[in-house]
Design a protein around this ligand. Structure first.
Ligand SMILES: Nc1ncnc2c1ncn2[C@@H]1O[C@H](COP(=O)(O)OP(=O)(O)OP(=O)(O)O)[C@@H](O)[C@H]1O
Length: 294
């Protein structure tokens, strides 16, 4: 497990990261979200060791993270780190060798990754002749070439078309082992919602929420969508003392149960009107996020 504790970064007199603590658990995809300037890149750069913290620690399985462990992290930097004039395959072999692989093993692994990303026929092309989306695929291959033990990716999906996102997601799902912590930042909340098990939310340099997506959802009151039939007005549900009606329009209402079980609430509603639908509303991640950073 990767853990950051009390991570703080000050530039001159400005604190851009302020006492941030969270865990990146193995085998789980952890989404890292927050507005522009919230401090995501700063945190990731400190984790992988290209930026020093003003205060705080990064540990891996409880021990302070050192140069050797950092070499075992696959990192996809925000500024992207590839050489535009270098051929795709040469580039991946170079990164593999930087991480201690021999040339043959690095080349074999690079071909395998390029193949799975649909790019093997571009292996001999100079990087800058590829589209930006394809360059980004090469970037993810560069982060994975040495079969890392952990992954830290800064906006890996930004600017990719949906097919490219799908191929990258399926590659990641194949590559992420049960022992591997994975942290990636994104502004694409729908994607994060589909992909992530855990979530870390930063706002203006501070942690505002972290944990399993399901737990974060569960921390808020559960809501139900009620649809009545027979021309009934859902506004009448306001007269039911066990319910709090958050919204009612025509035959539909959004309610919270303030007393009793959902089964009991349904029974009470059925005593007043015919019910066509009574369904738990899963809160979209975007809503959790907005409420957390408010
Ligand atoms: N070298 C630097 N000197 C001064 N301030 C910096 C420096 N690098 C980053 N910052 C500031 O630190 C804050 C956090 O930036 P950071 O890039 O970590 O945010 P982010 O959450 O990754 O944002 P984005 O989503 O826009 O990439 C910002 O206010 C930024 O201006």
């Amino acid at each position: 497990m990767l853990s950051v504790r009390d991570l703080t970064r000050v530039y001159d007199t400005t604190t851009v990261l302020d006492g941030v603590s969270f865990d990146v658990r193995p085998g789980r995809m952890t989404g890292f979200v927050g507005a522009n300037g919230a401090g995501k890149t700063t945190t990731m750069r400190i984790i992988v060791g290209v930026l020093a913290a003003t205060r705080g620690s990064v540990t891996w399985d409880g021990a302070p993270i050192g140069a050797e462990q950092r070499r075992r992290i696959g990192y996809m930097p925000e500024e992207r780190g590839l050489y535009p004039k270098m051929k795709v395959l040469d580039q991946l072999v170079f990164f593999g060798r930087l991480h201690g692989m021999d040339t043959a093993a690095a080349a074999a692994r690079a071909h395998d990754l390029l193949d799975r990303l649909g790019l093997d026929e571009r292996a001999g092309d100079v990087l800058e002749t590829l589209s930006l989306g394809n360059q980004q695929r090469v970037q993810i291959a560069a982060a994975l070439v040495h079969s890392p033990d952990a992954l830290v990716m800064d906006e890996p999906f930004s600017g990719l078309d949906p097919i490219a996102v799908d191929s990258m997601v399926s590659l990641l799902r194949d590559e992420v082992s049960p022992q591997m912590p994975v942290l990636f930042s994104s502004h694409q909340l729908e994607l994060v919602e589909n992909l992530c098990d855990d979530l870390v939310i930063l706002s203006r340099g501070r942690l505002v929420a972290s944990g399993a997506v399901d737990d974060l959802r569960g921390r808020h009151a559960v809501r139900y969508r009620v649809v009545l039939t027979g021309g009934a007005d859902a506004g009448t549900l306001r007269d039911v003392p066990q319910l709090s009606v958050l919204d009612a329009q025509g035959a539909e209402a959004l309610v919270e149960i303030i007393d009793g079980t959902p089964e009991k609430a349904l029974e009470i509603i059925q005593g007043t009107a015919q019910v066509a639908e009574f369904a738990r509303v899963v809160r979209p991640l975007a809503q959790i996020y907005r409420e957390a950073v408010r």
